[in-house]
Design a protein around this ligand. Structure first.
Ligand code: DGY
Length: 324
């Protein structure tokens, strides 16, 4: 049995595969595979570990219907046509749970960095612009007792809300497809309409999946409903915000600041105005990038592969319906 892996993944995962007698074919070039290349490699293998953002659309799935599993090395699965995978009975696995805390850490870090202009001021020092102390310069805004609005209160949103409530006594409001009763009980989170979320949040943090409904959701009209003192944070998927609208909203003072771990497109171009704005902070999609989390992600992805190649139900399916 052979598995194709689209990026270098931690050794712990590779070792598990070897111990299970599975042959590994790895893509080692530091560039994204084209879909044609991906199909070519998959055709020679029985399973796939996808550790990037390859588009696995109906065409890809149709060509690779022989795959016993597509094991994503991510929690997000917006790059896979799940309905088509269902139709072809291909199990798709992801890595839930293990990256909730670390991703929330990055959302929290960005919130704090934006509120105190940390990335911009660091850049000022690098540019030799730390000249003398001015009581009215470099001022940020405080987060104590403010309101954090969570858009998409799942596992990651819950962790972010917990950090905000614990560290800054922030009030938690949220908007979701469904009420999150444990969060309401544990964090006194209050469910609000989307418009109310926009109007009341001092910090609005996005933690939803990318879907047809959420694509481009944060656009000009939406930013205009937010407070001029508010901070927008996105650690979910770049396509959920309209980047030009966000840049305009910051430039004309519609909102106060923005922190992004995900951009649209990725990688972000180095001349993007967000990189030099005082009230913006951008990171290169590192939500799950800790040694511990990436090890756990590799382990989960390989467990999905080993199960499927042994004819078993995968332990972390995105589409359990394929087993019905
Ligand atoms: C995920 O797991 O979806 C994160 O964005 C890291 O890729």
């Amino acid at each position: 049995m052979k598995v194709f892996i689209t990026r270098e993944i931690p050794e712990s995962g590779l070792k598990k595969l070897r111990n299970a007698g599975i042959e590994i074919v790895e893509w080692k070039e530091k560039r994204e595979l084209t879909q044609t290349e991906l199909i070519e490699y998959c055709k020679q293998c029985d399973a796939l570990i996808a550790a990037g953002y390859n588009n696995m659309d109906a065409h890809f799935l149709d060509e690779c219907r022989h795959l016993k599993v597509i094991a994503l090395h991510s929690v997000g699965y917006d790059n896979v046509d799940i309905a088509e995978a269902d139709r072809l009975k291909i199990p798709v696995g992801n890595t839930p749970g293990v990256l909730s805390g670390p991703t929330a850490d990055i959302a929290f870090l960005l919130m704090l960095a934006v509120s105190r202009k940390a990335f911009y001021l660091h850049q000022k020092i690098l540019n030799g612009d730390w000249k003398f102390f001015e009581p009215t310069a470099n001022l940020g805004i405080q987060l104590y007792d403010k309101t954090i609005g969570i858009y998409g209160l799942g596992n990651i949103g819950f962790e972010m809300a917990k950090r905000c409530a614990g560290a800054f006594n922030m009030k938690v409001i949220y908007h979701n497809r469904h009420r999150n009763l444990p969060a309401e009980e544990e964090l006194k989170a209050v469910y609000v309409s989307f418009d109310e979320l926009l109007e009341r949040s001092d910090v609005l943090s996005v933690h939803t999946n990318l879907t047809k409904e959420t694509q481009g959701k944060f656009n000009k009209g939406v930013f205009e409903k937010m407070k001029p003192t508010s901070i927008f944070i996105n650690t979910a998927r770049g396509a959920i915000h309209n980047e030009q609208d966000l840049i305009n909203a910051l430039q004309n003072g519609t909102i106060w600041g923005a922190g992004l771990d995900v951009t649209n497109p990725e990688p972000m171009r180095k001349d993007n105005p967000l990189l030099t704005m005082p009230n913006a902070a951008v990171l290169p999609h590192i939500g799950s990038a800790t040694v511990e989390t990436r090890d756990e992600m590799a382990n989960i992805a390989t467990e999905n592969v080993i199960a499927a190649l042994n004819g078993k139900r995968i332990p972390f399916p995105v589409n359990p319906e394929v087993y019905d």
